[in-house]
Ligand binder design. Structure first.
Ligand code: FES
Length: 153
């Protein structure tokens, strides 16, 4: 497959399948796992939960760019894939911690973050690279509307 450095766009007209592939070539991805079909991927401004061989993933679409983050919020393990997109970030549905979709770094509190995984589109499938070193700061993320909301701090 031909890959341009920087951005990787699918060869379909659906804008939802554009994926950032920055740094992907630099990572030692052990395994690409199908997350969902391109048609099932979240629309811009939305998030969803998906499973990659037992790894819970929050798949987010920020401005047409897909990102994959660890689905579990480091605060109290809220499901980020049930959260929503705000700007370039995913918001946890439980207590509203905010994580940058590409870096996984929390807006607040400082020094918190979630892992970010490489994402790519291959034909009709959205794939995520797991068993790889999480992307430290240059992949993709973002979300959908919240569906559960336990109370809390
Ligand atoms: S569980 Fe995510 S902010 Fe509390």
């Amino acid at each position: 497959m031909d890959r341009q450095p920087g951005w990787y766009g699918c060869n379909q007209s659906d804008r939802r399948c554009d994926v950032s592939m920055k740094k992907v070539e630099d990572m030692a991805v052990t395994q690409w796992v199908r997350l969902c079909g391109v048609a099932e991927a979240p629309a811009p401004g939305q998030v969803m939960e998906a499973d990659a061989n037992g790894v819970a993933i929050c798949l987010a679409n920020v401005n047409g760019e897909l990102s994959a983050l660890d689905n579990w919020c480091p605060h109290r393990r809220g499901p980020l894939g049930q959260g929503w997109v705000e700007g370039e970030s995913v918001v946890c549905p439980w207590h509203s911690w905010v994580f940058h979709a590409k870096t996984g770094v929390a807006e607040y509190p400082e020094n918190e973050r979630v892992d970010v995984f490489p994402v790519k589109v291959e034909g009709p499938d959205v794939l995520v690279g797991i068993d790889a070193a999480p992307v430290p700061a240059e992949s993709a993320i973002t979300g959908e509307e919240s569906s559960s909301e336990p109370g809390g701090e």
